[in-house]
Design a protein around this ligand. Structure first.
Ligand SMILES: Cc1cc2nc3c(=O)[nH]c(=O)nc-3n(C[C@H](O)[C@H](O)[C@H](O)COP(=O)(O)O)c2cc1C
Length: 382
């Protein structure tokens, strides 16, 4: 049975008086995670454009790429082809930065991890043991499939740790393969004994996909099974108050946020203020959000060119519509754009300048859908 994270925003805020930090920074190996709030890897979303925007607002202790397929990367290297798109920005961007890899073969993964350390100088190599998508689990015997073969997990981690030298290696898991096969406590020990430097747990099983609620009681249980390495909790955290409550109620060293930050890159800064006991700034106004969306488009356009940028902005733009007037209509229209002109026309209409808003808003049907109506199904194998 999963238990909903019992957090009421009101009670969480009452118990985090301004002035008192709620949680302390922590280390993953030699890497300081300050604040102890992490940006989750999300395939198809957490590329360099998104990461730059998040970084600009601040408040995130560690950022992560999308998951990179080790065999795909090794093959590209062998063919002297360009590196995977998912490594866009990695060589140059600010640190700390974790690159996440997925696969099944310890040797291939170790070789790729060594290149990430030697050539890309990444801060952390993270290994995906949580992806529940069939093409990763059934076809490639990777991601969350590996939770069913802990020995294999251990071998993978050991080889990758060995290959990475002093660069820390971390693991991201789910609670187990299915509700009747929850084995996260045992897996945590395997991860730690194999030499990993941190464990992140998404409080669902692979079979749950994104249904139900993340089970933070189960995440909390894992703490007792770890002797040395930090535990990072993940799942269903949507507000600064929920970050505070997660730290107050559960023995986690860090909190990781995924879906709620899509289209709300300022969330980390807000959460950081809450955790540091500072006043939480309100969401930026619609005009600011519009600028943020346009900046996102600009970064994507420069990298991918116009036709592809329009296609990619269909999904990114939808994320920015959370809670805004006319969100449903905006999403249905923006999901059909084919070029820059169509994009700008729609943004102009649904993210009006303040002067326009003052004279009355033409569209008022708001809906509160999470951008996380998207899920890992949207990840492509590189
Ligand atoms: C679109 C999408 C893509 C994701 N891709 C990855 C991924 O590449 N690697 C990974 O470890 N988890 C991935 N996840 C899972 C998230 O990192 C996170 O564990 C999950 O969404 C629960 O956190 P949340 O409730 O804050 O969204 C993805 C999730 C979504 C919605």
């Amino acid at each position: 049975m999963t238990i909903q994270i019992p957090i009421s925003e009101e009670s969480a805020l009452q118990s985090s008086p301004v002035g008192q930090p709620i949680a302390a920074p922590f280390y993953i190996g030699q890497v300081l995670i300050d604040p102890p709030i992490l940006q989750a890897p999300m395939a198809g979303f957490t590329n360099y454009a998104y990461r730059q925007i998040v970084r600009q607002y601040g408040g995130v202790g560690l950022q992560a790429t999308e998951m990179v397929h080790a065999t795909g990367m090794a093959w590209k290297h062998q063919q002297k082809a360009e590196n995977p798109d998912r490594l866009w920005g990695v060589p140059d961007e600010a640190r700390p930065l974790a690159v996440q890899i997925w696969d099944n073969d310890p040797e291939v993964m170790a070789n790729v991890a060594r290149r990430l350390v030697d050539e890309y100088r990444v801060s952390i190599v993270d290994i995906n043991f949580g992806c529940p998508v069939k093409k990763v689990t059934e076809n490639a015997k990777s991601g969350s499939y590996l939770l069913s073969v802990p020995d294999r997990m251990g071998q993978i981690i050991e080889r990758v740790v060995e290959a990475c030298g002093t660069t820390p290696v971390t693991a991201k898991i789910r609670l187990g393969c299915s509700p009747d096969k929850i084995n996260a406590n045992r897996i945590a020990q395997v991860v730690e004994n194999a030499g990993a430097s941190a464990l992140t747990v998404h409080g669902r099983t692979a079979a749950d996909m994104y249904r139900g609620h993340a089970n933070w009681e189960r995440i909390a249980e894992i703490k007792a099974y770890l002797k040395r390495i930090p535990l990072i909790g993940n799942g269903d955290i949507r507000t600064p108050a929920e970050v505070v409550a997660a730290f107050q109620r559960y023995p986690v060293d860090g909190v990781m946020i995924a879906r709620a930050s899509l289209g709300r890159p300022w969330l980390f800064h807000q959460a950081c203020c809450a955790v540091r006991g500072l006043p939480v700034p309100p969401d930026p106004d619609l005009e600011h959000q519009r600028e943020c969306l346009l900046q996102h488009y600009d970064l994507i356009l420069k990298r991918f060119g116009e036709p592809k940028a329009a296609i990619l902005m269909r999904k990114y733009s939808c994320c920015y519509a959370q809670g805004m007037p006319g969100a449903r209509e905006f999403r249905s229209r923006v999901a059909r754009i084919n070029n820059a002109q169509e994009f700008f026309e729609i943004v102009e209409r649904y993210f009006p300048r303040l002067s326009f808003l003052d004279s009355g808003d033409p569209a008022s049907d708001s809906d509160e859908n999470l951008p996380g109506d998207c899920h890992e199904d949207s990840c492509e194998i590189e």
